[in-house]
Design a protein around this ligand. Structure first.
Ligand SMILES: [Zn+2]
Length: 467
């Protein structure tokens, strides 16, 4: 077998070679970035005003740890994926699913039942092999740098809940999709695409109200200065705001954020409690690690009744929160959200169309060890994940570039609202609270950064106006 064998072998090895090419490219980029973390020992002069050397060193060590961890976890997952392919893990799991399906005698739609069992086993496998890595990342790395707020018990319960919720959505959606493909006739790809479109609209609609609250606590922002300021800002740009929530992000991590969601005239804003300078959660009865609250006394020697504060966090003042929201609402006003949805739906339509063209090719199945059967689910997996992978890489790069453009535009929007100095200081504070490292290798940031590097954003905020 090899790249010079029959067409099936060519397909199989081309997929493997491409996967390793991407892996090596990304490992090279990460290496370039790691060199910057190791070599930049002092705050660059340009940053002297916005970052003290203590925070700089903390963020440097945090990013270095994360990068090293990324190296090992990336190597592991690449090796695991390769072994699964080389050892025929997919046809093996398919056979096991067949045996289980026959044993427990599922209904008439035999292939669909087998597909669901396969999907359950595959997601279980990937959850279990990923678990040690996310445990390490949360309880060793994030813990060491003061971000982790969870106990192991909470983390495991959370992971179990996430797995169960995913299954509840994934299994019915997949079985319906397989059914549509089966009965759809020549134009099944149009129905399949419409179906995924409807499902994603439904999920977006119910996610915030019914799914996210299973994991986090959402409290309406209490009446006050901040609330009325947000309301009047929304009104000034005709943003149809209906509700403002604060989410207890601090229960899992102390990274901060803000976002909005909702369709048409029913938009809601969510603020992380960690973003707000003077907000303390109403419910403090939640999970608390017994006996570990004292270890960082130095960080919080004011005797306020705040829950354990690990990092010296500042959060943002009200005017800064408004500037951050000005940026977020800029994304809405400038149509970024709609543009992203249109791009992703066009992409999804194209993929289903190509899938329809390719699904009849037996050599694709033979390449991955399916000699006598061509199950639709396996076809979806092979084509969407393996055959499209060069296209997926290219698309994700283009989307990253686009996202950075959108970020600049949203910053400019907040600036035009007269909030540039508040956004300036908010960006610095958020970068500090999240221990972002302000120096980046140009190639690494071009490939990975969905947001422009901090310095570029600050420069654009203070520089001559664009457009
Ligand atoms: Zn943004």
């Amino acid at each position: 077998r090899g790249l010079w064998g029959p067409i099936e072998d060519k397909i199989f090895y081309a997929v493997l070679v491409f996967s390793w090419t991407v892996y090596i490219w990304e490992a090279y980029l990460a290496y370039r970035q790691r060199k910057i973390y190791s070599a930049t020992m002092h705050v660059p002069t340009e940053l002297g005003k916005i970052m003290d050397s203590e925070t700089f060193e903390k963020s440097r060590l945090y990013q270095l740890d994360k990068s090293n961890f990324g190296f090992w976890s990336g190597l592991y997952s690449e090796a695991e994926g390769t072994l699964i392919l080389l050892l025929g893990g997919i046809p093996f799991l398919w056979k096991v699913s067949g045996i289980l399906t026959a044993r427990f005698g599922f209904g008439a739609e035999y292939e669909i039942s087998q597909s669901l069992v396969f999907l359950m086993l595959a997601t279980l496998f990937s959850a279990l092999t990923g678990l040690p890595w996310s445990l390490y990342s949360t309880f060793v790395i994030e813990e060491k740098h003061g971000f982790n707020q969870q106990t192991v018990g909470f983390f495991l319960k959370d992971a179990l809940k996430k797995f169960a919720v995913t299954q509840c959505i994934l299994l019915p959606v997949t079985s319906l999709l397989l059914y549509i493909i089966k009965i759809g006739g020549d134009y099944f790809f149009i129905y399949a695409w419409l179906f995924t479109l409807v499902v994603s609209l439904i999920l977006v609609t119910i996610y915030a109200d019914y799914i996210a609250p299973l994991f986090d606590k959402f409290t309406p922002l209490p009446d006050g200065e901040l609330k009325s300021a947000i309301e009047s800002m929304s009104k000034s740009i005709y943003f149809p705001l209906t509700k403002i929530y604060v989410v207890e992000g601090s229960k899992r991590s102390s990274h901060s954020n803000a976002y909005f969601y909702g369709f048409f005239k029913n938009k809601r804003i969510v603020l992380f409690d960690t973003l707000l300078e003077d907000y303390s959660p109403l419910n403090k009865s939640g999970e608390k690690e017994p006996g570990t609250g004292e270890e960082n006394e130095a960080a919080g020697n004011e005797s306020k009744s705040k829950p354990k504060v690990r990092n010296k966090k500042q959060g943002c003042s009200n005017p800064e929160v408004l500037a951050v929201l000005g940026h977020e609402l800029g994304h809405w006003k400038l149509g970024h959200t709609v543009k992203n949805i249109v791009i992703s739906q066009m992409n999804s339509f194209l993929c289903f169309f190509l899938f329809a063209v390719l699904i009849g090719r037996k050599e694709l199945f033979i390449a991955f060890g399916f000699h006598d059967t061509q199950p639709t689910l396996i076809g979806l997996m092979i084509i969407f994940q393996f055959i499209f992978s060069p296209y997926n890489e290219l698309l994700s790069f283009c989307l990253t570039v686009l996202s950075r453009r959108f970020e600049f535009q949203a910053d400019a929007f907040a600036r035009n609202m007269g909030r540039s100095s508040e956004l300036y200081s908010a960006l610095i504070k958020l970068n500090k609270d999240n221990l972002g490292f302000p120096v980046a290798d140009w190639l690494f940031s071009m490939w990975h950064y969905s947001h422009p590097p901090l310095l570029e954003r600050l420069r654009a905020l203070t520089g001559p106006k664009q457009d």
